[in-house]
Design a protein around this ligand. Structure first.
Ligand code: UDP
Ligand code: MG
Length: 309
């Protein structure tokens, strides 16, 4: 028998903890036929509701349930990392507590691992039930990432992923503080099979991601997996030098041929404003990377534990 560790990041998911457990157990017999036993790790990401108590109740019934509870909200990225660190399984899968990652896919996903893949990833092909504006920006983000990052990041990819121990260890060896797991999965490589499914709406509770939180997360993704924005300053600088050179030629020639009284104050102001705008923008980009570097250099722990069993 092999052990499958199921990692469930939970942030205020009191309504879903038990429900998720029941739904997962429906797959237990099928998985047992595939020689798999289960271990379930709930990672409480500093919930302020009864998530921990709910997990404790389950634990009284079932020894295979484990909890890692954070001292505060560290974010889903940290929760996934903690889960992988505490998992003992030969295989590891990450699943959302809200059942947006259908457990019914597990047996099929595992069958691909047996065919020789190192990881089975999922992506949703539709985004039904999501606000259109959010889908639009999500799609823009993935298109941009494809252009500016060498690491493959799939549109609609979920964090729902089944991996071998070897791949999990590779991910654990990446101890960066600014974690963007969707990129990390791609960066470590290994053979990945993609499984597609239709978007499922969250069963209970509210999404924990506001538009703003997602926007900041996308900036994290860009700075973590691409340094192209840093080149913008250099490229724009060169372009403006060329432009300035052409202007100088033009002005000298015009002066020599036509002679020229002093004029052009408004255009001068426009040019100055435009250029200082670009300068601030580029300094801002530099600042972003500097801030990320600053956080990495501090080498703070990715999460802090308050309780675990
Ligand atoms: N989550 C977490 N920490 C956070 C935010 C979310 O552990 O700071 C968990 C959450 O409990 C859920 C999963 O991450 O199990 C996905 O969150 P959510 O369903 O809110 O995101 P969505 O599916 O809307 O993208
Ligand atoms: Mg969800």
């Amino acid at each position: 028998m092999s052990l499958l560790s199921v990692i469930v990041p939970c942030y205020n998911e009191e309504e879903n903890v038990a429900y998720f457990y029941e739904e997962l157990l429906k797959q237990e017999s099928t998985l047992a036929e595939q020689d798999l036993t289960l271990e379930i790790l709930y990672i409480d990401d500093g919930s302020t509701d009864k998530t921990v108590e709910e997990v404790r109740k389950l634990r009284e019934k079932d020894e295979r349930i484990h909890l890692v509870s954070f001292s505060r909200n560290f974010g889903k990225e940290a929760a996934m990392y903690a889960g992988m660190e505490h998992s003992k399984g030969d295989f590891v899968v990450i699943m959302d507590a809200d059942l947006q990652d259908p457990p019914s896919l597990l047996p099929e996903m595992y069958s691909y691992l047996q065919e020789g893949y190192d990881s089975v990833a999922t992506r949703r092909v539709s985004r039904k039930g999501e606000p259109p504006i959010r889908s639009f920006f999500a799609r823009m983000f993935y298109r941009l990432m494809k252009k500016i990052s060498k690491t493959e990041i799939m549109d609609g990819a979920r964090d729902y992923r089944l991996m071998t121990r070897q791949m999990v260890n590779a991910i654990l060896s990446m101890k960066e503080y600014n974690r963007f797991t969707k990129g990390i999965f791609g960066w470590v490589g290994f053979k990945t099979k993609w499984v597609e499914f239709e978007n499922v709406e969250r069963v209970k509770g509210e999404t924990k991601w506001s538009f703003w939180k997602l926007f900041l997360y996308s900036l994290d993704g860009i700075t973590a997996f691409s340094t192209i924005p840093l080149m913008i300053a250099a490229v724009v600088g060169v372009l403006f030098c060329i432009l300035a050179f052409l202007m100088i030629l033009f002005i000298i020639v015009r002066k020599l041929i036509f002679g020229d009284p002093v004029s052009g104050w408004p255009s001068l102001v426009c040019i100055m404003l435009f250029l200082s705008g670009i300068q601030f923008f580029c300094t801002g980009i530099l600042g972003q990377y500097l801030a990320k570097t600053y956080m990495e250099v501090k080498n703070r722990p990715i999460y802090l534990t308050k309780e675990e069993f």
